[in-house]
Each structure stands twice: as structure tokens, then as C-alpha cells.
Design a binder for this molecule. Structure first.
Ligand code: ZN
Ligand code: ZN
Length: 359
């Protein structure tokens, strides 16, 4: 964690910002390793503090290396968190404090403004930029979250039966991921069967899964704070020629993206690899979402692979590869993998079969 604090301090120095009040819980976890629910972080150019209440003192002391633990607020302390911050800023003669304007509510901003005698500087997005580049420790946790998703694909193929509802299958998937060490799901599991598979984000419903259904499952888990995100589409009995045709197109679009994804391509260019192929196959209109997004502590992070994202992708970033085709009244297909961009290409973290499996 100290390396992350140091990186942020370098940024504060280059921006001329004396201190930064961090309130976004994901950013707090990223900087400090703290997994509790009640804390704020204050990073100055020289020091870093985690401010929490007496319930979390011991946990913060164990988890947060490189930060001084400050207990403030609650009946055990005379100091409020903002009183501590004001005193610290005054002692250092700082007259400015950066804060995360995209995270702070109007009420919280008014409280900051009232309690602090400094200029408040909106400074959102800085830690999110650091978070785009995953270090070895983060990659190891994400790999584990992806392994759990891959293993769960086999489980679901062995578990799904005609007559089950989508919710029953989703529950079985969620429980299985927890049994493999996940702390929870990274988002509500999507199970979309039959005609519902034409809905890109059809959260599991009471619909009964029937013979002949094509089933799209988009799911992932949290492992020690980090996510995975994977989609597979499979069939229970023959889904018919039309759906087999679009499956083959989506599979090829996904394959082409994994083949070329590398640092130096923009998010736009990577998106176009799938989009151009699907358009040439005659289904451009039916691929109505972007190709991919990054993830980590949160399920959606920058960078993105979309028609409007013109920044270059870089080594150490993650990007999902999730082309899809959705035909209303017929059904839909999506295949999603998680890619880690490496120096000269990428590594697929979700190497489960992408062939059309007909059970
Ligand atoms: Zn997904
Ligand atoms: Zn995704």
C-alpha cells in the first residue's frame, strides 16, 4: 500500500496540491487496505492518515501499513474527523484541500466547507487513474476471482435442467462461487433463457428454463475485494439454425478481439474489431452496447473499449471482451472474457470453452 500512497503523493506534488481528503470507499481500500465500512483517508505531500472510529482502531492498525491511524468521532474521542483535519492542515500551514467532488454529497460538502478554513479543490478521478494499472498483488486476486468463475461454468453445465427457473440456476451459481471462496457476486447474476436471451441485461427471473432454450449467463464474483466478470451462452437441446448462426458470429468476433488486443490500440479501435465484423455479417444493429470495460475493485472501471473511447490501452490494464447479438423475438448470444493487457499482447483470464455447448 505504501507504493500506492507514494504514487499519489508524487501526483499531489506535481499538481501543487498540499493535501487530499479521500472519501470514496473503493479508493480508501485501494490506498490503505482497510476493509471496514467507516473511515476516511487524508493524504498530504508528506504523510497519510486513516481516520476511523474506535470500533475499527484495531482492524485499521493491522490492515493499514504506511498510514497513521487516527481515532476520531464517536463518544470515545473529543475530536471529530473534520476537527482533526482542520488542526492537521493548520499545523502544516496548508490553505488548500483537494476532495472527491464526484463522491461527496451536497450535505457532506457543506459540512466540509463549514468546518474547514481552507480552499476546497474538486479533485475526482485521480486515484481511479492509478487504479487502472493493476499490480501483481491485485492481479493474483483477480486471477483467483476469474478461476472461480471458470470453474463455476462447468458446475452450471452439470446443474442446469429443463424445469428449473432462471432464479434457481442463478442461486445455484452464486452459492457455488461462495463455496469456492468468493465473498459474494460482483453484480446480480444474469440468467436470460429462450426469448429473454435477447435482453442484454436480463437479470434472472421466474421464467422456467425449457428444452430448446439458448441460455446466456453473465456472472462473476468478488474474491478478497476484487471482481471477475464472465459470460457464456449455451443451449439446452438444439436452439435452431438462426441462433447457431449468430453464436458462430459472436464467437468469431470474440476470438478476433482476443487475438489482437494489445497495448497501443485505442479502446475505439479494439471495439471496432468486433463491431466491424458483426456489421459485415449483417447484425451491426443488433450489437447495441460497447465491447468492454475494465474492472477491479469495482465491476465497471476505466478504461473502456467503446466507439467513443479514444485513449490508448496500456500494459497492466484489464479489459473485458464481450461482443453480443440480440434479436428480439428470437434470442441473443453474448460471450465475455476478461483480458489482462501485457507488454506484447494479452492474457485471457477466463479460459472456459467458447464452443457452443448443446446439453
Ligand atoms: Zn459481464
Ligand atoms: Zn462486463
Amino acid at each position: 500500500m505504501e507504493r500506492r500512497i507514494n504514487q499519489l503523493q508524487d501526483l499531489l506534488k506535481s499538481e501543487g496540491i498540499p493535501a487530499f481528503y479521500v472519501s470514496n470507499p473503493y479508493n480508501i481500500r485501494y490506498l490503505s487496505g482497510f476493509t471496514g465500512t467507516s473511515a476516511k483517508v487524508l493524504v498530504s505531500q508528506e504523510k497519510a492518515y486513516i481516520i476511523t472510529d474506535f470500533r475499527y482502531r484495531e482492524q485499521a492498525e493491522k490492515q493499514c501499513q504506511g498510514l497513521e491511524v487516527v481515532v476520531a468521532g464517536g463518544s470515545a474521542s473529543q475530536d471529530s474527523p473534520l476537527a482533526f483535519i482542520q488542526r492537521t492542515l493548520s499545523q502544516a500551514c496548508y490553505d488548500k484541500l483537494a476532495f472527491e467532488d464526484e463522491d461527496v454529497s451536497v450535505a457532506a460538502y457543506m459540512a466540509l466547507d463549514e468546518a474547514l478554513d481552507v480552499e476546497l479543490i474538486p479533485f475526482s478521478g485521480a486515484i481511479e487513474v492509478l487504479r487502472q494499472f493493476k499490480d501483481d498483488e491485485e492481479i493474483a486476486l483477480i486471477e483467483k476471482a476469474c478461476d472461480i468463475a471458470v470453474e463455476t461454468y462447468d458446475f452450471m453445465l452439470n446443474t442446469v435442467k429443463a424445469g428449473m427457473t432462471e432464479i434457481e440456476l442463478a442461486n445455484a451459481i452464486d452459492f457455488h462461487m461462495r463455496s469456492l471462496g468468493a465473498s459474494g457476486v460482483s453484480f446480480e447474476t444474469i440468467v436470460a433463457s429462450g426469448l429473454r436471451s435477447a435482453m442484454p441485461h436480463g437479470v434472472a427471473s421466474h421464467k422456467v428454463i425449457e428444452q430448446g432454450d439458448l441460455i446466456t449467463v453473465d456472472y462473476g464474483c468478488y474474491y478478497q475485494g476484487y471482481c471477475s466478470d464472465m459470460t457464456r451462452t449455451f443451449a439446452l437441446g438444439d436452439p435452431g439454425d438462426k441462433l447457431k448462426e449468430i453464436y458462430a458470429i459472436v464467437q468469431e468476433a470474440n476470438r478476433r478481439v482476443s487475438e489482437v488486443a494489445r497495448p497501443g490500440l485505442t479502446g475505439q479501435e479494439l471495439d471496432a474489431v468486433a463491431r466491424d465484423y458483426i456489421r459485415q455479417a449483417g447484425y451491426g444493429e443488433a450489437f447495441g452496447h460497447s465491447l468492454g470495460h475494465s474492472f477491479g475493485l469495482e465491476i465497471h472501471e476505466a478504461p473502456n473499449a467503446s466507439p467513443s473511447y479514444d485513449e490508448e490501452l496500456q500494459a497492466g490494464q484489464l479489459i473485458t471482451n464481450e461482443p453480443g447479438i440480440y434479436l428480439e423475438g428470437i434470442g441473443g448470444v453474448r460471450i465475455e472474457d476478461d483480458l489482462l493487457l501485457t507488454k506484447d499482447g494479452n492474457r485471457i483470464l477466463t479460459p472456459a470453452s467458447r464452443e457452443l455447448i448443446i446439453l
